[in-house]
Design a protein. Structure first.
Length: 165
């Protein structure tokens, strides 16, 4: 799978493959062999090219990584998100927009109330899926017209969660 990671002003191209045993990560054209083991929560034990690291990773698209006492922040976009971002100039978020669950999961937190004004890309609801929390964002600036779920609700993929006009 291909990713683009932005760290400050720098942008990095990442390609990840898995052979059933270990990962091969190509970062800006340089290959690295990676063994990864989830220890607990967000903490991973990584063996990268024979060097051991314990890494705490939080987030999905906006990622905070703590390694050896240092904190690094990245914006990560996978291939699908990159294509959508590149195409977004060709589409308009006019009229009613519905924020939908990307996959089946549980609504962990609702970040807005009906009638709230929201900015484009503002978090509106957090859904847990596959043991990861995903903050779903407003596709445009507007007003929250309705909220179709409650915290703790189980939702199907593509279920309507929040309507913004």
């Amino acid at each position: 799978m291909r990713f683009t990671a932005t760290h400050g002003e720098a942008t990095h191209e990442i390609d990840v493959t898995f052979d059933g045993e270990r990962y091969t990560v190509t970062l800006d054209g340089q290959k690295h062999e990676v063994d990864a083991l989830l220890l607990e929560g967000n903490i991973w034990s990584l063996l990268i090219d024979g060097k051991s690291y314990e890494v705490d990773v939080e987030g999905e698209e906006e990622v905070t990584v703590r390694v050896r006492g240092r904190v690094h922040r990245f914006r990560i976009l996978d291939e699908r998100r990159m294509r959508m971002r590149m195409a977004s100039g060709a589409f308009s978020a006019e009229g009613k927009q519905v924020v939908r669950a990307p996959m089946p999961g549980k609504v962990v937190k609702i970040l807005v109330r009906e009638g709230d004004s929201v900015e484009a890309e503002q978090g509106v609801v957090v859904v847990e899926a596959m043991k990861m929390e995903n903050e779903l964002r407003a596709p445009k600036a507007g007003t929250v017209k309705s909220i179709a779920v409650e915290e703790g609700a189980l939702v199907e993929g593509q279920a309507a969660l929040v309507v913004i006009e």
